[in-house]
Write a protein that binds this ligand. Structure first.
Ligand code: PMP
Ligand code: GLN
Length: 393
């Protein structure tokens, strides 16, 4: 017999759409990854570490040089004062950091406030830990929560809140007042925040990423999660950062030691070097991505698509009903990949309950020619759907 938490799950929407794109030879604007090779100096450091470095088990909590580099990076970029020895653990991606947090901290029956749209690993792994999700539904175009929404969700059994900011797939970077409000509720209800901030460096224009751990009362009750994969556009590397006060870190490290125990030392060494030597990357990378975002948005608008605002992440959203598409987002995405040769992600997949919305998420960390061709193919899918709308999702 299998555990129903997993046996009842579909394959993730990212794998489903990337699999279809591979099989059908479609352009992939679905799963979030850049189509270039990533920063060469960092890749060279990794190659050098494989050939000439130490390739045996590193220390369980991560290479000291990487933990120091993580603390240094967050001090320079976010003004945080993390003690690398007591407060930083290296994990195999943010995915492992999230699971380690849920398994280490949640006790059966604890309520966990979650915001929909919801990154796909959260709810199953929270349930595995015995947690009970309490869903707060965010909606376009601003995807913001209100005091009333939080007050309705936080109750006597609430022990945790999971916040993804900047939000995938919404492309929103939460403003100061929303974070201050959430911090106020956490302190009032003695709630610990698990903050998935993997998109913290992929922020555009006037938007600013503010870590929840820096808000009054949050320093001792926040787990901050980052991902080198997102910071350096090397999504397959799976090197994550788990930062929290020593009491929390003590338990997080105990979960980490039986999830993966350690993370490949060669990649850790390369990420450490990258964090120490790439402050210019964190300026140029968002600028280039912003230009790609604008190119995709303009192309889509020219074709008559309604594009939602974006301030961060690799993702731009298209509102299907406002674009004259009657089909549900999943049906449209299946049509787009099968009939027009372009893969995208239906945002309804990020809702456990009441999807209601019909929005398609497009990844813009791609070459200009790919984005332009993607727009052409999406317009073709839209025209096909108008001729013969599919009622099924
Ligand atoms: N959280 C969010 C919101 C993400 O978008 C992603 C990956 N795109 C992850 C977690 C997982 O990060 P990693 O690849 O470092 O495990
Ligand atoms: N986070 C990536 C995205 O949103 C996907 C990661 C994954 O496939 N697990 O596209």
């Amino acid at each position: 017999m299998a555990n129903p938490i997993f046996s009842s799950l579909p394959t993730t929407i990212f794998e489903e759409m990337s699999g279809l794109a591979r099989t059908l030879g479609a352009i992939n604007l679905g799963q979030g990854f850049p189509d270039d090779l990533g920063p060469e100096p960092i890749r060279r450091k990794a190659a050098d570490a494989v050939l000439n470095g130490y390739n045996q088990y590193p220390p369980m909590r991560g290479l000291p040089e990487l933990r120091q580099a993580v603390a240094g990076h967050y001090a320079r970029h976010q003004g945080l004062d993390l003690d690398w020895e007591g407060e930083v653990t290296i994990t195999s991606g943010a995915t492992e950091a999230l699971t380690a947090s849920f398994l280490a901290l949640i006790q059966p029956g604890d309520e966990v406030v979650l915001f929909q749209p919801l990154y796909d690993s959260y709810a199953p792994m929270i349930r595995l830990a015995g947690g009970v999700p309490r869903l707060v539904r965010l909606a376009p175009p601003d995807w913001r929560f209100t005091r009333a929404m939080l007050e309705a969700a936080f109750g006597a059994r609430t022990r945790f809140v999971v916040l993804n900011n900047p939000i995938n797939p919404a492309g929103v970077v939460l403003p100061d007042e929303d974070l201050a409000l959430l911090a106020e509720l956490c302190v009032r209800h003695d709630v610990t925040a698990i903050c998935d901030e993997v998109w913290e460096q992929v922020v555009f224009g006037a938007a600013r990423h503010r870590p929840l751990i820096a808000y009054p009362g949050m320093r001792e009750r926040t787990v901050k999660i980052g991902s080198a994969g997102k910071m350096f556009g090397l999504t397959g590397w799976k090197v994550g950062f788990l930062c929290a006060a020593p009491q929390l870190t003590h338990s997080l490290a105990r979960a980490h030691q039986f999830l993966t125990f350690t993370t490949p030392p060669n990649l850790q060494a390369a990420v450490a070097w990258g964090l120490e030597n790439s402050d210019d990357w964190f300026t140029t990378m968002p600028r280039q991505l912003e230009a790609s975002r604008d190119r995709l948005a303009e192309g889509l608008r020219r074709e008559g698509f309604a594009v939602l605002p974006n301030q961060g992440t690799y993702f731009l959203n298209v509102d299907l009903p406002a674009s004259g598409v009657a089909e549900a987002d999943r049906a449209f995405c299946l049509r787009a990949v099968h009939e027009a040769g372009v893969a995208a992600i239906p945002v309804s997949a990020f809702y456990e309950e009441d999807p209601v919305i019909s929005i398609v998420r497009l990844c813009f960390s791609k070459a200009d020619a790919v984005l332009d061709e993607g727009v052409r193919r999406l317009a073709k899918a839209r025209d096909l759907s108008r001729r013969a709308p599919s009622p099924t999702a």
